[in-house]
Ligand binder design. Structure first.
Ligand SMILES: NC(=O)c1ccc[n+]([C@@H]2O[C@H](COP(=O)([O-])OP(=O)(O)OC[C@H]3O[C@@H](n4cnc5c(N)ncnc54)[C@H](O)[C@@H]3O)[C@@H](O)[C@H]2O)c1
Ligand SMILES: [Zn+2]
Length: 360
């Protein structure tokens, strides 16, 4: 099976790129799983579509297979759902030799991964990401956690899975808007890595939109390679990993100010446009580069403008982000493709003007 390895300080694990669940058994064998119990966790949407199939496939390896479903949506990503997962695991006598499988998007991966990190001081877990966002971003890197008192990902851990298994065909059932949101994170890897990657997306944009699996596989693999590389150099997010936040500084604030009416990926698109505006004004990049990235975002149906919020409001919100230390707002600026500048030195005027650039 085709795979890519993620290496962290204490662990090296594979990411598999397959079409369907047929290779799961082999992946489990390679991970040394046999007999024992597995608890598959999925949200209500993904559960309806894929839980039975996953149960059947895991049944070929594990002697006991359980499935737990929670209500789909970010509003479930909290300690209440974690408690229910613990309850379920305790009831089924999940033990330290058992495995948790996260079957779903980023919400499920983050939350079930956190349950695995903490149940019995940590049991093994695997990621089976089903959304594009989860396949290119959240399932790789070991950040797990839940929201707390309205703060995104406030409670969590760094906890790496035994493997990540991508079944590309599941992307067919992903709603259009969710697919587009995932594309924002895909396009984000352009500025982070190379113009070639962006050109590849540009050249194949129609096929991507039609969810051509061969092309998607190339793209998802590339995103995972970039993320795995960054994570291997900075697993615990102490510096370099910050580049993965390209477009997120303003994006996060917009996401909160819009009351989570926009999807995360949609806000990343807005945030990227805003930060590109700062880079262009500073003379780091040309208007052509900004247009190239923005027209791709727009092609996939992502917003480049929004309304109902003010620049001043968004600016104030930015100080409440958990990445802000000593009142310094951190930015990742693009000087060229693959050449990024991490800085706390962007002034209010630049930020306000960039936000106004995405407001109608
Ligand atoms: N851990 C990390 O490094 C990291 C990175 C980025 C984002 N995240 C987190 O990821 C979450 C967002 O992830 P998401 O966008 O995947 O959200 P999500 O898990 O809520 O999935 C989005 C929607 O798509 C549905 N869905 C998923 N796969 C499907 C499929 N194959 N077919 C049909 N429907 C499907 C889900 O049920 C849900 O309604 C946020 O909570 C964010 O904080 C984590
Ligand atoms: Zn993101």
């Amino acid at each position: 099976m085709e795979k890519l390895f993620v290496s962290t300080e204490n662990k090296k694990y594979p990411i598999y790129f397959e079409r369907n669940f047929d290779g799961l058994m082999e992946a489990c064998e390679e991970a040394g799983f046999s007999n024992g119990k597995i608890c598959i966790i999925a949200d209500s949407n993904v559960g309806k579509l894929y839980m039975n199939k996953a149960k059947d496939d895991f049944g070929k390896i594990f002697s006991e297979v359980y499935g737990y479903e929670f209500q789909a949506g970010e509003q479930s990503k909290n300690l209440k759902t974690i408690m229910k997962i613990y309850d379920f695991c305790a009831e089924k006598h999940i033990d330290r030799k058992s495995v948790i499988a996260c079957l779903g998007g980023g919400v499920c991966g983050d939350m079930a991964g956190f349950a695995a990190a903490t149940f019995m001081r940590g049991i093994k877990f695997i990621q089976i990401p089903t959304s594009l966002l989860a396949q290119v971003d959240s399932s790789v890197g070991g950040k797990v956690g839940v929201d707390f008192k309205g703060n995104k990902n406030m409670i969590g851990a760094f906890y790496q899975p035994e493997f990540v298994y991508m079944a590309l065909d599941v992307l067919d059932s992903l709603p259009e808007r969710e697919f587009a949101a995932g594309m924002a994170e895909v396009i984000k890897y352009g500025p982070i890595s190379s113009e070639n990657f962006l050109n590849f997306i540009e050249k194949n944009k129609e096929k991507i939109k039609a969810r051509d699996k061969e092309i998607l596989k190339e793209i998802i693999t590339k995103c995972c390679e970039i993320k795995a590389d960054v994570v291997s150099r900075d697993e615990k997010d102490t510096g370099k990993r910050e580049i993965l936040n390209f477009g997120h500084t303003i994006g996060h604030a917009v996401e909160t100010k819009k009351g989570f009416e926009l999807l995360h990926g949609e806000c990343v698109a807005l945030g990227m446009k805003a930060v590109l505006n700062i880079c262009e004004k500073r003379g780091y990049i040309t208007k052509e580069i900004v247009n190239k990235i923005c027209s791709l975002l727009s092609f996939f149906g992502l917003p480049l403008q929004t309304s109902g919020i003010t620049a001043e409001e968004v600016y104030k919100q930015m100080f409440l982000d958990k990445k802000v230390k000593n009142n310094v707002i951190r930015f990742v600026l693009m000087k060229d493709f693959g050449v990024l500048k991490r800085t706390g030195n962007v002034n209010k005027e630049e930020i306000i003007s960039a936000i106004n650039n995405i407001l109608r």
